[in-house]
Design a binder for this molecule. Structure first.
Ligand SMILES: Cc1cc2nc3c(=O)[nH]c(=O)nc-3n(C[C@H](O)[C@H](O)[C@H](O)COP(=O)(O)OP(=O)(O)OC[C@H]3O[C@@H](n4cnc5c(N)ncnc54)[C@H](O)[C@@H]3O)c2cc1C
Length: 243
């Protein structure tokens, strides 16, 4: 990155123009927001922004982790799943290109710092993949000497966010490993089924070591249970990174 890049970080909400929307799955879209050509968000991969909105006269905010690569200038992306009864996710899914959305941050989340590990596990449930997208993209784009192990649980095949990218990473990068688990697998499905178990974590993640960290994100009941499992397997508290 050149020295003339402006790095944006703001505690107060700033308006960002929505320039494009891509449909990722039946309920998930990526929203592309404009930054000035010479500007980037001042963040590490895994850090998050707050989206602020006034809905039915009430001000609300929710955290979202940009999925675009840290350091990208001129734009950033948010990848957001729509919940039928969700206040802010529905608000975002109702936006159109040309609309502006108020956001503050970036704020530090469970982020990646170069050199922090040589083996990295990613245990994601559904939309829990979102904080991991920028981290995986960053590590691969920088060709960092890191081995990556993604364990990604979803209800059905149609719910797998950015599946093409993960499958391509498996083909293109010997250091990238991916295992899908589906609660409702289609006929002939050859990967995991049901829920993430200790046996799956033992088989698909790197073993505990001072060079290993595990990013964990998903619905709270899943992350609570798996955090306990990972600790029982010998991963230290500091090695388990939550959003
Ligand atoms: C650090 C951090 C980063 C995040 N980054 C992203 C991101 O990049 N993309 C993204 O899509 N989300 C992300 N989230 C989740 C996001 O902040 C919101 O919680 C989510 O969009 C729901 O907000 P809402 O206002 O639509 O729903 P709310 O109004 O808060 O919830 C209303 C109802 O929606 C349903 N609901 C909401 N959340 C869930 C859930 N997780 N599982 C099941 N049902 C749910 C429930 O029925 C709930 O009662 C992140 C969360 C954190 C903590």
């Amino acid at each position: 990155m050149s020295g003339s890049v402006t790095r944006i970080k703001s505690k107060t909400p700033l308006p960002y123009e929505l320039t494009a929307i891509h449909r990722d799955t039946h309920d998930t879209k990526t929203f592309c927001f404009a930054l000035p050509d010479d500007a980037t968000l001042d963040m590490l991969p895994g850090d998050f922004l707050y989206v602020h909105a006034t809905i039915d006269g009430k001000t609300v905010k929710r955290p979202y982790t940009p999925s675009s690569m840290p350091g990208a200038t001129g734009y950033f992306d948010l990848t957001v799943k729509r919940y039928e009864t969700g206040v802010v996710s529905k608000y975002l899914h109702e936006r159109e290109p040309g609309d502006t959305v108020l956001m503050s941050g970036p704020n530090p989340g469970g982020h990646w710092v170069d050199g922090m590990a040589k083996q990295v596990g990613f245990v994601a449930g559904g939309t829990g993949i979102t904080p991991m997208i920028a981290i995986i993209r960053w590590i691969l784009a920088q060709s960092l000497p890191v081995e990556l192990f993604l364990v990604f649980a979803n209800k059905g095949e149609a719910d797998i966010i950015f599946r093409d990218e993960w499958d391509e990473n498996v083909r293109e990068h010997a250091s990238f490993h991916c295992h899908y688990i589906l609660e409702q697998p289609p006929q002939g499905w050859s990967q995991g089924t049901g829920r993430i178990t200790e046996a799956i974590l033992r088989a698909k993640l790197p073993p505990p070591s001072p060079d290993t960290v595990i990013f964990l994100c998903g619905p709270p009941p899943m992350t609570d249970a798996l955090e306990t499992t990972l600790k029982a397997m010998g991963h230290s508290e500091q090695a388990i990174i939550l959003p």
